[in-house]
Write a protein that binds this ligand. Sequence first.
Ligand code: TYM
Length: 330
Amino acid sequence: MKLRVLSGIQPTADSFHLGNWLGALRQWVRLQDTHDAFYCIVDQHAITGNYDPKLLADRTLSAFAQLLALGLDPQKSTIFVQSHVPEHSQLQWVLSCLTGFGEASRMTQFKDKSQKDGAERATVGLFTYPILQAADILIYRANQVPVGEDQKQHLELTRDLAQRFNTTYGETLVPPETLVLSEGSKVLDLTNPSAKMSKSAPAGCVFLLDDEPAVTKKFMSAVTDSGSAIEFDPQNKAGVANLLTILASVSGRGVSDWVNEFSGKGYGELKKAVAQAVTQQVTEPTRTKANELLKDRGQLIKLLNDGAVKARSVAGETLNNVYQKVGFLK
Ligand code: TYM
C-alpha cells in the first residue's frame, strides 16, 4: 500500500511564485511517482481576505494549468478544486467544535495577516482558516503533507485535532507527518531578505508566469549586502545565501559547488547566473506550457471534474465515518 499525501495551494494571484515551487510544488511532482497523491486548489481559502470575485475562477483555472505545466499528471495524482468537494467544509464544522478559541488565536499566520490589515477587518473565515486546512488533510486520511516551512504550525494543529477527535470519539482520523525540504523551504523576498517571498510583495517575488526580462530585472535588483565575497552565511548574508539556495535547488548542484565556482567573482555574476537558471529551468517552460494548456479551458474543466469525483469518493467515506462517530442521525 502506498502512503497517501495531500497538499493545497491558494489561487490568490495570477501566478504561483518561486517560493511555492521550491518549497512545495517540486515535492508534489516527485511524490506523485511514489505516493497516492491528492492535490487541491484551495479556492475557499482564497476568499478569507480581500479578493476580486471576477478573477477567482480564471485564477483557479490558471493555477491548474500551472500545476500541469510543472509536471503534475492527472493520471498519477488526484487534482481538484476545494469548493467542488463540500465534504471539506462539512468536516471543518465538526473540527471547529473541537478547537479551542485560544488555540485558534495562537496561529501566527492569522496574527500576522490580521495585524497587517487591521484587526477590525479580519474575518471569521481568516480566523478559522487553519481548521479548514486541517479538514482538507484529515478528510483524505493523508499520511504526509508536503509544504513550505510557513505551514508547520498549521500542521501541528492538524495533528492535534486528529488526535483529539480520536481520543474523544475513537480511532478515526490519521495524524499526518509534515514533509519540509531541507533546502528551499523558505525562499526569501529578493528586495527584503528578512521576509519570505510572497505574492503580497510583488517587487521581490519571482512569479512563475513572469517573462524573461521581468525575471532578470528582479534578480539583478536583488538586495545583497555591502560586502563582495560570495559565501553561504544565512545569518549575516541572507540575500546572498538566498540566491545561492535558489541556484542550488534549481540546478540540482550543491551550494558548496556554487560557492567554489563563484570564488573571486562578484554579486552581479551570481545574480546573472541565478536569473538564467531560473528562466531556463523554471519560468520559461512553465509559462509556455501553461499558456498552451489554457487555450483549451473545456479540457481543463473536464480534468478537474474527474479529479473532484475521485476526491469525493474518498472524502465521502471519511465524512460518513465521522458523522457516525459524532452521533448524527443517519
Ligand atoms: P500557499 O498557497 O500560501 O502556498 C503554497 C505552498 O507554497 C509554500 N510557500 C513557500 N515555500 C517556500 N518559500 C516561500 N517563500 C513560500 N511561500 C509559500 C507554502 O508553504 C505552501 O506549501 N495554507 C496553505 C494552503 C493550504 C494547504 C492545505 C496546504 C490549504 N489547505 C492543506 C497543505 C495542506 C497556504 O496558504 O499555502
